[in-house]
Design a protein around this ligand. Sequence first.
Ligand code: SF4
Ligand code: SF4
Length: 236
Amino acid sequence: MMALDISQNKHADVSMEEKDRLFAEMKSDDRWNHVLNGCYECGICVASCPSAKFYDFSPRIIAQAAAREDTDLMYTLMSDSVWDCSQCFSCDRCPRENSPGQIITIMREVAVKNGLKTAKEALQGYGRIIYKIMLTGSQVSPDMLQPDAFPDWGTHVYEIADNLEDWRKALPPETLHTTETGWKIDEKTIIELYLIWHMTGVMDLIEGVDEGLYDIIVDVMEEKLEEAGYDDITFD
Ligand code: SF4
Ligand code: SF4
């Protein structure tokens, strides 16, 4: 297994001013002071973290780097490690009431908002999922499990894709015995979701990581919002 590479100057091409600026953006988040209170180095967060069992990943290192305000290391971590977190928040059992998972949420958001190349790469495989969820309000349907869509899921995705009908029949409940649909969301709910995403800046995040995907989604959203009487809402 490769060791977690947290060497300083790994991103020497990025100026310290830029790293400081990104860290300041994290710290300015209203949640920051509620999720970071210094670190005992006790390792309880690591012991409870599922991602730490499978990856070279440590919530303790992230909490410590944040507490020490090590902007260089924070940049390295936000360019790599943070994408290994499964956001389960088991690490919230920290005796200092830190939440490494929440710190990571903030780091990810800053990475996405600033269009970091590493964030775009990490989210590349999720374009189809984002597309499906945002246009239908529904979940990923099983027919989306195709090797070309999820190249990083390993070879077993071929077996699943090739035998999808059989897999679906083998899995309860009956309503999910389809390879084409999830469940239907009514139009009123879809419109509410579009308004929430518009008002909360979700669309800006999407634009930051994938402009092509953003354009496609916005076209559909604007049309549906107009039909529903929200013709004053635009995304530019
Ligand atoms: S559980 Fe809390 S105090 Fe202990 S190492 Fe993790 S972040 Fe630090
Ligand atoms: S939220 Fe992330 S860091 Fe915390 S326990 Fe879950 S996977 Fe680990």
